[in-house]
Design a protein around this ligand. Structure first.
Ligand SMILES: NC(=O)c1ccc[n+]([C@@H]2O[C@H](COP(=O)([O-])OP(=O)(O)OC[C@H]3O[C@@H](n4cnc5c(N)ncnc54)[C@H](O)[C@@H]3O)[C@@H](O)[C@H]2O)c1
Length: 355
């Protein structure tokens, strides 16, 4: 089984899917690993480290894709990467196909296999989504603090306030992994935090963060009341495998405070803020009715040294089990992959067929 690890080309992306030590483990498991030159640099890993781990470092995408059957990357292939894919390939990465009909069709036309990190399941949830959701929640608060400053177009406040001034109101929509980590960070800084979810367990977990955090059931009139008064809103809802439901309707944006900030982490699933448009780190924010709107779909890409280690550690057992179930065979056996623990529901496209 030949594994290819390409350079991530999405704007603002510095992650690589696997660290050199993870690559060394895959080679012991029977894989041959090809890494595109410079792919690890922003995460702090040189080509030489990958060579020492036993990988073949190749200097272009065409060689990488020609040499590999299993492509393990971070984000979904971009348009310009699609023409390197053939029916012999399986791609294992974040895909979010529910919000990307174009990519789904492209895979079906090519006839390849596509396995989504975010749909790999374990007893405790989605183990390959959770590490990046945790980081995205933290980054969202960092960005929110930045964009609340007047020099960034914000209303000019600190989350924790100052001597004799009020604390900021932070509303988090969805108290799962990303929402919880955002709430935890905002609360630890000193903001008043309200977390909306439909699950009691998420609300009690939010409440346990401290006296400045309140978990509330997500009901439209209550959401409306709190959003109108919010300084920073974080969108983090998820219905696995589906487009994100709208929790913050468009009319409500008009009623928010001027200079307030909305960050929709769930933009990779289409966004839970109605009408929000994806942005990039090159231009993260646009203004709508006086509100700063941010929707970067690869938030952890800007902290690659942290994010790559976290991601690589989480995906390694699954990549290793794919390698091991293939033995010496070079051809992708999708039926065998679907039988592996946690991977059944993650195979979105099987040899060009949507599952
Ligand atoms: N932008 C990025 O860089 C980035 C990075 C990582 C994850 N994400 C995305 O963040 C989103 C959240 O991921 P997660 O891992 O936290 O998911 P999660 O499943 O842990 O949490 C989602 C929460 O949303 C809640 N929910 C569902 N419907 C709701 C509704 N109508 N109102 C309120 N809450 C509702 C669920 O009960 C759950 O608690 C996903 O779309 C994920 O892909 C984005």
């Amino acid at each position: 089984m030949n594994i290819g690890i390409p350079v991530e080309r999405k704007q603002g992306e510095g992650r690589i899917s696997l660290t050199p030590s993870a690559v060394a483990d895959l080679i012991v498991a029977g894989g041959d690993v090809f890494v595109e030159s410079t792919a690890g640099l922003k995460s702090g890993y040189s080509d030489e480290q990958y060579s020492r781990a036993g990988a073949s470092v190749v200097d272009n995408q065409a060689t990488l894709y020609n040499s590999s059957q299993l492509i393990v990357k971070v984000k979904e292939p971009l348009l310009e990467e699609l023409h390197y894919l053939t029916s012999k390939h399986a791609v294992f990465c974040y895909l979010h196909l529910a919000a990307n009909a174009h990519l789904k069709k492209a895979f079906c036309d090519i006839g390849n296999t596509a396995i989504a990190f975010e749909l790999v399941e374990s007893e405790v949830g989605f183990p390959l989504l959770a590490p990046m959701s945790d980081i995205a929640g933290k980054v969202a608060i960092q960005l929110g603090m930045d964009y609340l400053m007047s020099v960034k177009g914000g209303m000019g406040i600190l989350l924790e306030g100052g001597y004799g001034t009020p604390r900021a109101n932070v509303v988090v929509l969805g108290g799962g992994v990303a929402g919880f980590s955002a709430a935890k960070r905002a609360a630890s800084i000193g903001a008043n935090v309200t977390v909306f979810d439909i699950k009691t367990s998420a609300l009690t977990r939010a409440n346990s963060l401290g006296v400045n955090v309140t978990g509330l059931y997500s009901q439209s009139q209550v959401v409306e009341e709190y959003v109108k008064n919010a300084d920073l809103v974080i969108g983090a809802v998820l219905v696995p495998g589906k487009s994100a439901p709208v929790v913050l309707p468009e009319f409500l944006i008009n009623q928010m405070k001027p200079g307030s900030v909305v960050i929709d982490i769930a933009i990779d699933q289409g966004g839970c803020v109605e009408g929000i448009k994806p942005t990039t780190y090159a231009n993260p924010c646009y203004v709508k009715s006086g509100v700063q709107m941010l929707a970067v779909p690869n938030l952890p890409g800007a902290v690659p040294k942290t994010a790559t280690q976290s991601l690589s550690g989480a995906i390694l057992p699954y990549v290793r089990s794919i390698v091991e179930c293939h033995g010496r065979s070079g051809d992708i056996d999708v039926v065998a992959i679907q039988k592996l623990k946690g991977l059944m529901g993650a195979v979105c496209i099987k040899n060009g067929q949507f599952e």
